[in-house]
Design a protein around this ligand. Structure first.
Ligand code: G3P
Ligand code: MG
Length: 239
């Protein structure tokens, strides 16, 4: 199965409504997006710690309030046709996912471990208030602490640990954290590791895989979800 990365990062500005619309247009079931807190403790959809790269503004997301973030152009940096894109709140992203029939792999983007618990608490509150079905979500993070807070505050929602290197005690860790899935940098995966992960009963997701020629191999190895910037490019390799 193919999932969009940061919406559909090769086709539309990251983590925006336009990205979700691209994912829906290509009939994807899953999309990955990042969330973090702004200065007034509202979860917003944004990857980087600073707004500099993906908007016309400057400064840290956590130091700007929602009104300041909403005033930014989050599309023109990508292409002039996206001039009207705004940074989404998590609540808006959840609404759009429901409207377009997309499931969301929500990455809890922790830029400062000291803020992880507050971030997860605010995410939990937003999800509960929004009313989206837990079945439409997977929560994921590089931060083990954040994943554990997800278990504490949203035990009913599936959890995945994102890894850019392999923890020594991967399988013990997965069991003790009661993980649903592992989300690996695709460069870490081998046939034997994939088979161990599947034998352990875990869902296997890989990111960020943009090479169509590798799709058949990863499927053969048992990968459940390939997270990619360019979903139609990879879909062509399957069909
Ligand atoms: O969810 C996997 C992937 O998004 C992790 O990397 O930096 O794109 O959030 P990053
Ligand atoms: Mg991410």
């Amino acid at each position: 199965m193919i999932s969009g990365h940061r919406g559909a990062a090769a086709l539309a500005p990251e983590n925006t409504l336009a990205g979700l619309q691209e994912a829906a247009r290509h009939h994807l079931k899953w999309v990955e997006m990042d969330t973090q807190l702004c200065a007034d403790f509202i979860p917003v959809m944004f990857h980087d710690e600073k707004v500099n790269r993906c908007t016309n503004g400057r400064g840290k997301v956590r130091e700007l309030n929602l009104a300041q973030l909403k005033a930014l152009d989050a599309g023109s940096w990508f292409d002039a046709q996206f001039v009207n894109e705004r940074i989404l709140t998590l609540d808006e992203a959840l609404n759009a996912c429901q409207l377009y029939g997309l499931n969301l792999n929500l990455e809890i983007k922790v830029h400062d471990e000291a803020e992880a618990e507050r971030l997860v608490r605010e995410v939990a509150e937003t999800i509960a208030h929004n009313g989206i079905s837990p079945d439409a979500l997977i929560l994921s993070s590089f931060s083990e602490a954040a994943v554990d807070y997800c278990r504490q505050y949203m035990p009913q929602i599936r959890r995945g640990l994102i890894c850019d290197k392999l923890p020594k005690d991967l399988f013990r860790l997965a069991q003790s954290m009661a993980l649903f899935s592992l989300h690996l940098d695709h460069r870490l995966l081998t046939a034997s590791l994939a088979s161990q992960i599947k034998q352990a009963g875990l869902d296997l997701h890989i990111w960020t895989m943009n090479q169509p020629k590798l799709v058949p191999q990863f499927y053969q190895w048992g990968v459940d979800i390939i997270i990619t910037d360019n979903p139609p490019l990879l879909l062509q390799a399957i069909n």
